[in-house]
Design a protein around this ligand. Structure first.
Ligand SMILES: Cc1cc2nc3c(=O)[nH]c(=O)nc-3n(C[C@H](O)[C@H](O)[C@H](O)COP(=O)(O)OP(=O)(O)OC[C@H]3O[C@@H](n4cnc5c(N)ncnc54)[C@H](O)[C@@H]3O)c2cc1C
Length: 488
């Protein structure tokens, strides 16, 4: 085993099985913060392994980009690593990065900037390493650079062929990219960009006249930032199912209309009516609708917990596209690139669905089914960029570990169509027999069906903290093994 001299050891060449206390599968933000909280919550010796193919922890998809204008989607002061914690540590880190010349912040108070996502990822990774160092050898953390492809009992098989065993396993597997199925044969076409963060993804953009963007959320804005910085000055066509485009974030006072717990809506229609009512009230008061997301966010978890799966499924269908646009708004600096292109008349937005993608000269021809029907539209583009977002339906995720967990019955797709079944209080997976696992837990995106908003930092930090407390208590020397429980 290769063990580097850093506090977080890295290894990718071990072929034999090793027993760890806890294996975290996925070292993106959710996995790294779970590790951080575990280090802090544990009192006994702890042997922890993070299985993550990427070289850096706490990056995942969101924080791996080195583009400084791919910023976090809020103000720096809101990017803490601990629920209710002080932003000071992160702000001090940002100042130090700026002083060291690694970041050129805009003028003004650093707390009111939206810093590069890379810096937040680096900060989270550093905090993890610091926490491990602070245990003076009590905690051993290994970053195993590999992919988990199978789990059998306590044994994980890795893509390299190696296996490792752990008493508890945490799935922090995050996001799985959604690609248009019809692009499969064109994945390597030079005019198709399936991964906007890939090295040199837009190197030929300066020569392009027309770019077709599939998707209209935050990833679309990241693509525009990169395209503009690569010298693209042509026209964009943005296609999304409803023709809605992500909104820029405005910092406004939160809308206070909070119902009492007893008044929380208990079925899908009532939730939608409540949202409409609050929107009307905000408009009548002449206030900005952006005061509403904090209210919705605060009540989303208790409302979701009180709904049955039919109501949840209905709500996902009706609400999710609007929820994503309202909740996941764009930070001003990255939105500015899009706004400038729009102001120059370089952006058109269409509502429709891609039904074909064909080669056309050196570019690609997209055939779109317009929303509401009508004659199919043909769009020729020099570049087609997929920013379609992510697949959360576990039956459609093309990943060996996901398929293995489903095949073995260790994970069951959640009845609402996203994520897997899990016990909402312990985050333990529920298997095909309805048993709550004693071994397998999740944090972040796999819990979307059970907890709804499992994507954003605050929710992930909350889940990581709760799970770390549960796992640390199980590992404490006095803890008796808890029997597997059964749910309906
Ligand atoms: C572009 C982008 C920007 C975002 N910006 C923000 C923001 O500003 N603020 C905010 O609150 N939220 C933001 N988000 C939401 C984001 O979901 C969370 O902030 C968070 O980063 C998600 O972390 P994660 O660890 O759950 O998932 P991921 O980032 O997807 O990380 C999962 C990790 O698991 C690894 N993995 C997966 N399967 C395996 C396997 N079988 N074996 C080993 N490793 C595996 C992957 O390699 C990956 O590193 C953003 C999301 C995206 C995509």
């Amino acid at each position: 085993m290769t063990v580097s001299q850093t506090t977080v050891s890295q290894t990718n060449d071990c072929a034999q099985a090793i027993a760890h206390d806890i294996a975290i599968v996925g070292g993106g933000f959710a996995g790294a913060v779970t590790a951080l909280r575990l280090v802090e919550a544990s009192t006994a010796p702890l042997d922890l392994v993070i299985v993550e193919p990427a070289a850096r922890l706490a990056r995942g998809i969101a924080y791996a980009t080195d583009e400084p204008d791919h910023t976090v989607n809020g103000l720096a002061a809101g990017f803490i690593l601990r629920a209710g914690g002080s932003p000071q540590l992160f702000l001090d880190w940002l100042r130090a990065e700026a002083e060291a010349g690694r970041w050129n912040p805009p003028a003004g108070d650093i707390a009111h900037t939206s810093p590069p996502r890379a810096l937040y990822g680096a900060y989270a990774e550093r905090e993890l390493a610091r926490a491990v160092r602070g245990t003076q050898g009590r905690v051993r953390l290994v970053h195993r650079r590999d992919r988990a492809v199978d789990l059998d009992g306590h044994a994980l098989t890795l893509a390299s062929g190696a296996t490792l065993a752990a008493r508890q396993v945490v799935l922090a597997t995050g996001l799985h990219r959604r690609a248009p199925a019809l692009a499969a044969g064109l994945a390597d076409h030079p005019a198709y960009v399936g991964d906007i963060f890939a090295l040199n993804a837009f190197e030929s953009a300066g020569d392009a006249a027309h770019v077709l963007l599939l998707g209209s959320g935050l990833s679309m804005l990241d693509a525009v930032v990169s395209l503009e910085k690569c010298g693209f000055r042509g026209h964009y066509t943005v296609v999304s199912r409803r023709g809605l485009v992500v909104a820029p974030r405005r910092e406004v006072a939160p809308w206070p209309g909070t119902p009492e717990a007893a008044e929380l809506p208990r079925e899908a229609g009532a939730v939608l009516s409540w949202i409409r009512r609050e929107r009307r009230a905000v408009a009548a008061a002449g206030q900005d609708w952006q005061g509403l997301p904090p209210l919705f966010r605060q009540l989303a978890a208790p409302i979701w917990a009180g709904l049955d799966n039919r109501a949840r499924e209905k709500l996902l269908r009706r609400l999710l596209p609007f929820w994503n646009l309202a909740m996941h708004r764009a930070a001003a600096p990255s939105y500015a690139f899009f706004a400038r292109a729009q102001a120059a008349g370089r952006v058109r937005s269409l509502a429709g669905t891609l039904s074909r993608l064909d080669t056309a000269g050196s570019g690609l021809r997209a055939t779109l089914r317009p929303k509401g029907g009508g004659v199919p539209l043909h769009i020729d583009a020099d570049l087609v960029v997929s920013t379609l977002g992510f697949e959360f339906d576990w039956t459609r995720i093309d990943d060996p570990l996901v398929r293995s967990l489903l095949r073995r019955g260790l994970a069951v797709p959640h009845p609402v169509g996203v994520g897997v079944r899990a016990d909402p209080t312990t985050q333990a997976l529920i298997d095909i027999e309805g048993r709550i696992s004693d071994t397998l837990f999740a944090v972040g995106h796999p819990l979307r069906g059970e907890l709804f908003e499992a994507s954003s930092l605050n929710e992930q930090i909350h889940q990581a903290t709760r799970l770390a407390g549960i796992l640390a208590a199980r590992l404490a020397p006095s803890a008796a093994a808890s029997p597997a429980r059964q749910v309906a």
